[in-house]
Design a binder for this molecule. Structure first.
Ligand SMILES: Cc1ncc(C[n+]2csc(CCOP(=O)(O)OP(=O)(O)O)c2C)c(N)n1
Ligand code: SF4
Length: 278
């Protein structure tokens, strides 16, 4: 994988809208936005060929800050919207943006089935291990001992492991990034978008307001020590045993992306309607 070289690529500014982000100063999502626009510029796609779809949350504000087509949807339902869109307009590049609350809690079921269906799109989850927008409740990736007024003594619950779940459910490309490394993240996004099928990219993106401890992630992340594998068994072992701060492409599968049946339906819908008439 080559790191995006902005001296030769297009202009990331071409993909930014004129809306000023309202994230808290220092929020990791600013860098994620930067990575999106850098990746789009590197791919050289016209903005009107890209659709950024999201749910609800601080992270889900991202479509408004790009000048691509965008859909700021309903909490936890971004993948359902994106799947419908991609199936009806396969010519468009569909990138879905989510948070750990949006994507793994209320949207958890959609996550499983999106991986299983393997529709050609890219799913980016900005994981800050907390519900940022609604003021710091624990999410499915929050540590069990995260002790706040909203979760006194911690939840005591085992956190969700999104990468393992994605692999087991059939995602065709799996990567982990850190928001504080926008060039590396842009390079991974380029690869994810180019890879056929459902690509899942977890971006560790600190919530400086409700998780100031996450500023430390900068010193904890490190490049994955081995090249990506296309062997799900090997990938599972690596992902299950790494420290959660292994950055890079971890799995590149070769499953065929889902294609809807082409042509006329074999049953006339009018006949079906008749059959169900009361
Ligand atoms: C159906 C529904 N349930 C709950 C909410 C309230 N809500 C809005 S954002 C949010 C949490 C967002 O957390 P996360 O997805 O982790 O994103 P972040 O804000 O941390 O980026 C919740 C629970 C909602 N808008 N709609
Ligand atoms: S609350 Fe957290 S996630 Fe939301 S904008 Fe502020 S720092 Fe970012």
């Amino acid at each position: 994988m080559s790191i995006v070289d902005m001296r030769v690529a297009g202009k990331p500014g071409d993909y930014k809208s004129n809306i000023k982000p309202i994230w808290c100063p220092g929020c990791g999502d600013y860098h994620v936005l930067m990575s999106f626009t850098r990746a789009f510029a590197e791919l050289g796609l016209p903005p009107e060929q890209i659709v950024v779809v999201s749910g609800i949350g601080c992270s889900s504000r991202i479509p408004a800050y790009t000048n691509c087509y965008g859909f700021h949807g309903v909490h936890g339902r971004s993948l359902a919207v994106a799947a419908g869109l991609k199936l009806s307009r396969p010519d468009l590049t569909v990138v879905v943006a989510s948070g750990d609350g949006d994507g793994y809690s209320i949207g958890g079921n959609h996550f499983l089935h999106a991986c299983r269906r393997n529709i050609d799109m890219t799913y980016v989850v900005m994981d800050n291990r907390v519900y940022g927008m609604t003021k710091g409740q624990p999410s499915p990736t929050t540590e069990p001992d995260f002790d706040t007024a909203l979760s006194p003594g911690g939840t005591g619950l085992r956190p969700f492991h999104p990468l393992v779940i994605a692999l087991a459910s059939g995602a065709n490309f799996i990567a982990r990034c850190f928001s504080g490394e926008p060039n590396e993240t842009a390079s991974v996004l380029v690869e994810a978008i180019k890879h056929p099928g459902f690509s899942f990219v977890e971006i560790l993106s600190p919530c400086v307001t409700f998780r100031p401890d996450e500023v430390e992630w900068k010193s904890r992340v490190h490049p994955a020590p081995v090249a990506p594998t296309n062997d799900p068994g090997k990938a599972a072992r690596r992902i299950m045993t790494d420290d959660g701060f292994n950055i890079g492409i971890l799995y590149r599968g070769d499953r065929k992306p889902y294609q809807p049946a082409i042509g006329q339906p074999s049953v006339d819908p009018a006949e079906l309607e008749k059959e169900f008439e009361l």
